[in-house]
Design a protein around this ligand. Sequence first.
Ligand SMILES: *[C@@H]1O[C@H](CO)[C@@H](O)[C@H](O)[C@H]1NC(C)=O
Ligand SMILES: *[C@@H]1O[C@H](CO)[C@@H](O)[C@H](O)[C@H]1NC(C)=O
Ligand SMILES: *[C@@H]1O[C@H](CO)[C@@H](O)[C@H](O)[C@H]1NC(C)=O
Length: 382
Amino acid sequence: MRYSLAFTAFAGLVAAAPSPQVFDFNLIQDAPSPTATAPPLTAVSDMITVSPAEASSAASAAVTAVQTGVAKMKRGAASSTGTATTSSTSSCPTTPEAGTYCGFINPEDACAKQPDGYGPVPTPDTVAAFQSYPEWAKDALSAKTPSGYAQTFKNLNASVSANSYLGLITLHSYDTLGCSQWCDNTTLCTGFNIYVERDPALNPSDNCPLPASISNYKCTLWGSGVEASAATNFGDYRGQFQVVIAGSDGYEKTNTTVPATPPGCSKPTKCPGGAVNNPSSCIGTQFFPGPFNVALCADYAKFTNLYNRMHSSSSSSFSSRRKPYPQCRSFNAYMIKRDGKAQGTYCSLFEDVVDAAVGRYQPGWMSRHFWGVESSCVVSLL
Ligand SMILES: *[C@@H]1O[C@H](CO)[C@@H](O)[C@H](O)[C@H]1NC(C)=O
Ligand SMILES: *[C@@H]1O[C@H](CO)[C@@H](O)[C@H](O)[C@H]1NC(C)=O
Ligand SMILES: *[C@@H]1O[C@H](CO)[C@@H](O)[C@H](O)[C@H]1NC(C)=O
């Protein structure tokens, strides 16, 4: 499966920017969700690849074009922020073996053998026995917290679902260290959810409506922290077969992670307790659904400066003492969470170089939802 997620054109975002307001939850309520907010039900491996470089190069190419006098405003030129995603619903050995689904049998075929299943199967093979199987609770309660991470919840019967979904790996055991290593080498990953899932041994179909079960140790990756309130996926049905979840633990490293430095910017400085509340110098705010990605705010800032410069040159009746156009010199980027679920990257652009130490604002209850700010940082444009 292959699909792509295109964000609204930057030009449209700048032109349509509302009157600056530090936190505007309507931006978030109105934004579409990313295509994937959890792994597909039948997947044992799945990866979302985020390439912020594409957006940066589109925005900086546009800036260069203006600086070198090729002042053409192509509305579509910097339109995509390049969150391309690829997804596969099966994991294949490099060399397909005769008799395995990778070589000859498609797992999507009726009654085809389903991949992985490295965990024990409780007896009797029922939903109730799976849910009360002591081994899952033991795994979840005694799991080691990998270094750099904090445990956020343990032994729930649901897996995480949120806009910040980055991928899924199926493990050979309840291996928090292995899961953390995947997170560590996945761009933007700052949290993971590990759990055991009751899956069918065969693809449920007319001739095998209720196959025996297999137990899969699943590890999902997130471009945000993971809170218990985001563990809202209790399973589903595949035909008559009931998929359920047990031993679900959450781990995050948002507090110990400094986001990557976007091109042409200072290293992000973390704020002590929330967003920057500095409306007098704010010249724009924007929200991008998906994993937390500071590079999106950097592109939005650069594009805003370019847009404002081009629109001021056409009406040069300003007095010489007046600033020629509002210019963003720094921005605040953070992950916004609604009721504990990651929504996406929120950006506020400022004319001043703001001090990260003032970042302490938490929106709290607004419009019947609890809004939280996570991973807030300040970045200056160089
Ligand atoms: C999950 O656990 C909660 C709390 O123990 C319980 O109320 C709920 O029925 C469980 N759901 C499933 C699908 O097991
Ligand atoms: C990421 O880490 C996992 C687990 O250690 C490893 O198997 C995988 O090869 C690594 N991938 C990359 C791209 O480094
Ligand atoms: C991260 O830091 C915030 C702010 O200090 C704190 O409220 C939160 O509990 C921390 N999270 C974890 C998982 O330690």
